[in-house]
Design a protein around this ligand. Sequence first.
Ligand code: ADP
Ligand code: ZN
Ligand code: ZN
Length: 760
Amino acid sequence: MLLQVALPVPLYRVFDYSLPANMSPLPNGASPHIPPIGSRVEVPFGRQTLIGIVVAHIVAADSGVPLNKLKPINKCLDAEPILDASMLKLAQWLARYYHYPLGDVLAVMLPTLVRQGKPLDLLITHWRVLPHASDGDFRANAKKQKQQFDILKLHGERGASEDILLLEGMQRSFLRGLEEKGLIERYIQNKQAPAPFKVATMPLDLNDEQQLAVTAIIAAHEANRYTGFLLNGITGSGKTEVYLQTMQAVLEAGKQVLILVPEIGLTPQTRARFASRFAAHIVLLHSGMNNTHRLQGWQDCRTGHAQIIIGTRSAVLYPFADLGLIVVDEAHDGSYKQQDTLRYHAADVALYRGLQANIPVVLGTATPSLEHLKLVNDGKLIECQLLTRPGNAKPATMQLIDARLQSTHQRTTDDGARYDTGLTDALIGAIRQTLEAGDQVLIFLNRRGYAPVLLCEACGWQADCPRCDAHLTVHYNSQSQYNSYLKCHHCDWQAYIPTTCPDCGSQNLDAKGIGTTRLSENLHAIFANPQTSKELYPIIQIDRDTTRRKDSWENIYQRINQGNPAILVGTQMVAKGHHFPNVTLVCLPNADRGFLSADFRSPEHTAQLMIQVAGRAGRGDKSGRVLIQTLQPDNELLLKLVKDGYLSFARELLQERKMMGLPPHSYAALIRCEGKTLATTTQALKDAIAILPNGHNLAVLGPIDAPMSKKNSRYYVQLLLLGKDRQQLHRVLSQWWQPVLALPSTKYLKLTLDIDPIGW
Ligand code: ADP
Ligand code: ZN
Ligand code: ZN
């Protein structure tokens, strides 16, 4: 008997190991046996020691390696499998579909501490005082021991986790000492059944559209049948209530529910909404957790202790004891696509897992991606539409402002220079009116910092990043010189703002364009009290610079939710499902620019962003208004979007893609090559093209420079393969990709393969 082991090495194969002649006892003290499939083993690998997962038991005759060359494993780390057959199947599917080594796939799927071989249970060990233990059990001179005992005693009959106790100053040696004396005991929290789930507040009365959706999803759940749903509901149409009422049926059946959200900032908000409806064990999973909490969350999911799991992208790779429903909220969002290592799309993985587990999967969004609309057309997703907002709330009205006709508001700075604020008088008038009516305004500008470019008016020099193919962003603070600097948003390179042009010596340097900081400053100048220049309305900036700190979102929410008139200035962060009930006016001063971009996906993504931002208006009782300021009011795409709405806009784009043979009407793989020079990277991709199998029947585009061809002093060149059908593309890739990695010219370069890329 031999073991086949997947190891975290970038090689497309598994490794055979034998069993040691006399195996040491298992961690739980049981007599040694063969490490089960799905358990961890420690093995020698070259001069290293690695931890891998047993993926198969084979007989010696089936191994390609002669018996005397095989090495035995060092030890077996688990008595039971940590991944069951369905998780291994998921890993194998991911490896096949994304053409990524199985061992590396497993490394992405497992929490760090599991990967490091830590015992699963040790970290969630709880301790409690035994009922018979009393102060009389301590001798007078055992002061320290008594003191440690008291720390635990404070936690009552349920005790506390070892983690917490160590933080509170208890020591492991004393825990063990007290255990030996029979005064305290350890227990594994997960062995306890979760508290029964209860509905804490009354569900709302559904409208007809919501009812249809809930009935359909629950029917799939009750029939134990995989069904993918596209819950296509306009912003504010009550998608969450649909989630809540389907969740209730699934939770009552004793099953778990996984909710994916696009961004870590949304997890607390989502949790609050679910926790107010259900008394259940809710677990949050996101990148902000430390390793111990991640392992704890992983265990909670795996043992079934967690009933509702709210997580970002990677939660879709967790093991679940008994999953009954997956919801992907804002399913169109680009953050569901992992952009390095294993480049998976969480919505696609969610659908696969639904199929695997025979459960419904709900993709909810107001702006479905063209991929998902095509799946509806192909009969692979069932569409449920919510076209109205419940109660009195009306969808916001949209209106274009022609920036060519309207004079743009000028501003004079302290030193007498005049420049454009980028806001037309019409927009400023509408903002003033809204504030005076006591409401809030949201202005969307997808560019943080002060200005995107620093330009010499005399010679045309621009401040560029020395390491990237990009301008440096001006971060300027009129109050503080130390907070004024140039920064590259791609590699974080920083420099002082020069006072004279490095090329011609002119002092005529000018910050061009407007970022959120400058817009906030302009708004302050426009709306402050003209006599005292004191702020009349708070201006709240929401971007990566202002939300970096841990509690900053909470503070921002608090300020907004006081409900006083205010101006919110935000980047695309504000587009993601946030609820600002007092915003009645949304302004998009230049969001339509994306309709002119060279990337064929840009119109789709621009429209999604515009509609999502617009959806922040009028979510309370008052109706909302959206103003789109544009220099191209005749742009057909823009007019279509504003007049006919997102769905007909998207259907037209889909038709266009079909005619042009672009995804989702074809299937793409993007190969990127990264290296120290443009020449070697380009040559490597040329060599790769040369070994494409004959008759591959794919469209080959490239090698061409990547959209950002130089980043952090590295060069990027790419190659795009397009196939008319998926199988054909994957057949070619499975023959071709591994030989490409073995080419001599790719040896010192980094090559990556991106299946179903979302940008190129
Ligand atoms: P979405 O997620 O679709 O943008 P929400 O789920 O946030 O929309 O719902 C918008 C508002 O409508 C919320 O305040 C919600 O409580 C309310 N709502 C949802 N369904 C109903 C209903 N059936 N009756 C009354 N109010 C509802
Ligand atoms: Zn110059
Ligand atoms: Zn840079």
